[in-house]
Design a binder for this molecule. Structure first.
Ligand SMILES: NC(=O)c1ccc[n+]([C@@H]2O[C@H](COP(=O)([O-])OP(=O)(O)OC[C@H]3O[C@@H](n4cnc5c(N)ncnc54)[C@H](OP(=O)(O)O)[C@@H]3O)[C@@H](O)[C@H]2O)c1
Length: 285
C-alpha cells in the first residue's frame, strides 16, 4: 500500500489529520513531515514515521517523498513567504513522482478576491503546472478562528469585526481534517476540487447572540468600519500587515465570499459539519 505523507503534521490541522488517519490505516503507512522533530515525539511513539524538513530549505525536502506516495501539503503559516515555500514542496513531490498531491487552499479558489487568497491561487496553479495528480481542498474558515477569541470577547462583551452582515460558513478544524483524511485514503479524488465549508452560514451578530446565550453574559456585535477595526487589531498588538489582511478578510465576508456552502465537506466526511454553537460550547467548557 502507498505511503501517506502529511506536511505540517505538528500544526493544529496536521495533528487532527494524522489522528484521523491513524483510525483508518496502520500507523506504518503514515509519514509526518515536520520542522521540529521533538514536537513529533508523540507521533513517532505511535508508530508514525517522522521526517524533518523545512519549507524554507529545498534541500531538506529532497528524499522526503517517494514514487507513489499520497501527499497532503498543508499550507504554511507564514503569510507572504508561502509561494516559494509551497513551490519547494511541489518540486520535491514532482521529482519523486508522487501519486497524489492534496493541498489545503482557500474557499473559492481562483474566485477568491481577497489578499489572503493570493498565495493559495499561485500554489494551486503551480500544482496544476507540475502535472501531478492533485486534490484541491479549498478550506473555508475554521470555527476556531472565532472561538479562540472567546476569552477576549467575554472580557469586553463584544464581538468586534468589520464584516457587516456578511455570513460565514465555517466548520470545525476537525471537519476539514476528516475531509483531508478521506481524500488521502479513499478513491476517486484525483484531479478533483472540493469547496469545503460548513453546512450553515452565520453572521457575527448571530454569533454574538449565541455566545451571550450560552455564557449568560452580555455580548453584542460591535460592527466597525474597516479603519476602526484596523485600529482595534493593531491596538491589541496584531502586527499592522496581518491586521490589514484580517480587515480585508472581513470585507470579503461582507461581500459573501466565505458564505458559500456547496455541501462538499459534509459529503466527504459522511456526516453534517459541526455546528458553530457546538464549537462555542466546547470552547466555553
Ligand atoms: N481555514 C482557516 O480558517 C485557516 C486559519 C488559519 C490558517 N489556515 C491555513 O491552514 C494551515 C493549517 O492550519 P493550522 O491551524 O494547522 O495552522 P498551524 O497550527 O499554524 O500549522 C501550520 C503548520 O505548518 C508548519 N509550517 C509552517 N512553516 C513551515 C516551514 N517553513 N516548514 C515546515 N513546516 C512549516 C507548522 O510547523 P510547526 O508545527 O513546526 O509550527 C505547522 O505544522 C495554516 O498554515 C494556514 O495556511 C487556515
Amino acid at each position: 500500500m502507498s505511503r501517506i505523507v502529511v506536511t505540517g503534521a505538528t500544526g493544529a490541522l496536521g495533528r487532527l489529520v494524522v489522528a484521523d488517519l491513524l483510525e483508518r490505516v496502520p500507523a506504518g503507512r503514515i509519514t509526518a513531515v515536520v520542522r521540529n522533530e521533538q514536537k513529533a515525539a508523540d507521533l513517532a511513539a505511535r508508530g508514525v514515521a517522522v521526517r524533518v524538513a523545512d519549507y524554507d530549505d529545498p534541500a531538506s525536502l529532497a528524499g522526503v517523498f517517494a514514487q507513489g506516495d499520497r501527499v497532503l501539503l498543508i499550507s504554511g503559516s507564514e503569510v507572504g513567504r508561502r509561494v516559494p515555500q509551497h513551490t519547494a514542496v511541489i518540486e520535491a513531490a514532482q521529482a519523486a513522482g508522487v501519486a497524489q498531491l492534496a493541498y489545503t487552499g482557500i474557499l473559492g479558489g481562483p474566485e477568491a478576491d481577497f489578499e489572503l487568497a493570493t498565495e493559495h491561487k499561485v500554489t494551486e496553479q503551480a500544482i496544476l503546472d507540475s502535472g501531478l495528480p492533485y486534490t484541491f481542498l479549498r478550506n473555508g474558515w475554521y470555527h476556531e478562528n472565532y472561538t479562540a477569541q472567546l476569552p477576549v470577547v467575554l472580557e469586553h462583551g463584544a464581538v468586534v469585526g468589520s464584516a457587516g452582515e456578511g455570513r460565514i460558513a465555517s466548520a470545525a478544524r476537525a471537519d476539514y481534517a476528516a475531509a483531508a483524511a478521506a481524500v488521502l485514503t479513499g478513491e476517486g479524488h484525483l484531479n478533483q476540487v472540493y469547496e469545503l465549508s460548513g453546512d450553515t452560514a452565520w453572521s457575527l451578530e448571530e454569533y454574538a447572540a449565541e455566545v451571550a446565550e450560552q455564557s449568560g453574559r452580555e455580548v453584542a456585535y460591535a460592527a466597525l468600519p474597516a479603519d476602526a477595526h484596523l485600529d482595534v487589531l493593531t491596538g491589541a498588538g496584531v502586527p499592522e500587515p496581518f491586521a490589514a489582511i484580517l480587515v480585508d478578510v472581513d470585507a470579503a465576508i461582507a461581500r459573501g465570499r466565505l458564505a458559500g456552502s456547496s455541501g462538499d465537506l459534509s459529503r466527504l466526511i459522511g456526516r453534517p459539519t459541526t455546528p458553530v454553537a457546538q464549537a462555542i460550547a466546547s470552547a466555553l467548557a
